[in-house]
Write a protein that binds this ligand. Structure first.
Ligand SMILES: *Cc1c(COP(=O)(O)O)cnc(C)c1O
Length: 423
């Protein structure tokens, strides 16, 4: 597939090869990243990238929609089935745009929204001050309890009663415990707010039944399609029947032009893959690996926010190690382990140089790594922390990680066996 690219643009071809080597030769622990299957990659790189399809199946603004209409209908059917939802919109360009569409479907500019603060694990689009969402809406932010690292529902309820938001957003980017969507839904109902739940990170775990589903407890559910769901980069929205029309109009023509049909096609493929026992086992292993990694890290003297994890990610509180998050992340990077520095709840340090590190297991689990490899990686975290400026040791570890990677090759060619009666 790349030979045309190699001929036409050797410079970009070479850079792609470098990125491929980087993805294959490093331990990727960024909690929001993954590796997609060959089938998803093929759909993403398909002729569907050539097609304009503004509108919805049967109601398009361009001709030539014989195939696009079928693909969008199938993608929606698969999404509704797998999440048990009344309605699905599969056109969002990304998780961020999906959230903005959800707001604009149900509330007006100037209305109050209430979401988790970015520095406590929320997403930009949950009303963070740098985000467009806090400029258009009046944003009230809740936090997690810094002592427990968990939501304090009494405080969240108090805040909701005080500010009477029109929309309460649940869901997070860096929260390592199960989210009680039913409780968020209850609080929203009690103050007459809509409930938007954002499962960008955990949608794969929800599909596998490992995490509570927000669908029965929410007006709208948003997700990305490229994190634990293991599809192409994109977004998706689910909602109750009564919001279907408003949500579709909010996405198009409210916010977007033509949908990215190549992405949508790949989302259809990813949803078929996710509807298999292989995927359920994969999702289970993600959590088994995360719990094991968390346990071993704590044995090695690391503090974890909330003392562990229920899902695919954890937050290391580095204050007891006296290592700033950024310096640790960079040292790990030199040792072949890719992570991101992150704020911890009530972080005394500023967000661009925070006290924490976020790590997750979705990508390494796709490579087939299991408990034994988690033990090895945890031990490496300790060695790097003790050798933060010892380049010789970091280089030695990098070689060790390269060897580990070679035993778990990037599943560039992994294929999920299709189910017999896939829609
Ligand atoms: C990743 C993420 C998003 C945004 O997704 P993009 O596709 O990067 O726009 C939204 N919400 C949450 C909770 C996320 O973790």
């Amino acid at each position: 597939m790349l030979s045309a690219l190699e001929k036409y643009d050797p410079q970009i071809y070479e850079l792609l090869n470098q990125e491929k080597a980087r993805q294959s030769g490093s331990i990727r622990l960024i909690a929001s990243e993954n590796y997609v299957s060959k089938a998803v990659l093929q759909a993403t790189g398909s002729c569907m990238t050539n097609k304009y399809a503004e509108g919805y199946p049967g109601k398009r603004y361009y001709e030539g929609q014989q195939v696009t209409d079928l693909i969008e209908t199938i993608t929606c059917q698969r999404a509704k089935k797998i999440f048990n939802a009344d309605h699905a919109n599969v056109q969002s360009y990304s998780g961020s745009v999906a959230n903005i569409a959800a707001y604009s479907a149900l509330i007006e500019p100037g209305d109050t929204i209430m979401g988790l603060s970015l520095t406590y694990g929320g997403h930009l689009t949950h009303g963070w001050k740098a985000s467009f969402t806090s400029k258009v809406y009046n944003s009230v932010q809740y936090e997690v309890d810094p002592d427990t690292g968990r939501f304090d529902f009494n405080k969240i309820e108090e805040l909701a009663k005080k500010h009477r938001p029109k929309m309460i957003v649940s869901g997070a980017t860096a929260y390592c415990r199960e989210i009680d969507f039913a409780k968020f839904g209850e609080i929203a109902k009690s103050v007459g707010a809509y409930h938007l739940s954002d499962i960008a990170h955990i949608s794969g775990l929800v599909i596998a039944g490992i995490h509570q589903s927000p669908v029965p407890h929410s007006d709208i559910v948003s997700t990305t399609t490229h994190k634990t769901l293991r599809g192409p980069r994109g977004g998706m929205l689910l909602c109750k029947k009564e919001h279907a029309k408003a949500l579709d109009v909010a996405v198009f023509p409210g916010l977007q032009g033509g949908p990215h049909m190549h992405t949508m096609t790949a989302i259809a493929v990813a949803l078929a893959e996710a509807d298999t026992d292989e995927f359920i086992n994969y999702a289970k292993q993600i959590v088994i690996n995360a719990k094991r990694l968390a346990e071993k890290l704590m044995e090695h003297g690391f503090d974890l926010v909330s003392g562990g994890t229920d899902n695919h990610l954890m937050l290391i509180d580095l204050r007891s190690k006296n290592i700033p998050g950024k310096i640790y992340a960079k040292a790990l990077g030199r040792a072949g382990i890719v992570t991101n520095y992150n704020t911890i709840p009530n972080d005394p340090a500023p967000p661009f140089n925070p006290s924490g590190l976020r790590i997750g297991t979705p990508a390494i689990t796709t490579r087939g790594m299991k408990e034994e490899q988690m033990d090895q990686i945890a031990a490496v975290f300790k060695r790097v922390a003790e050798n933060i400026q010892n380049e010789a040791v970091l280089e030695e570890i990098r070689k060790e990680m390269l060897l580990l990677c070679s035993h778990f090759p990037v599943p560039d060619h992994f294929i999920i066996p299709p189910k017999k009666n896939v829609i």
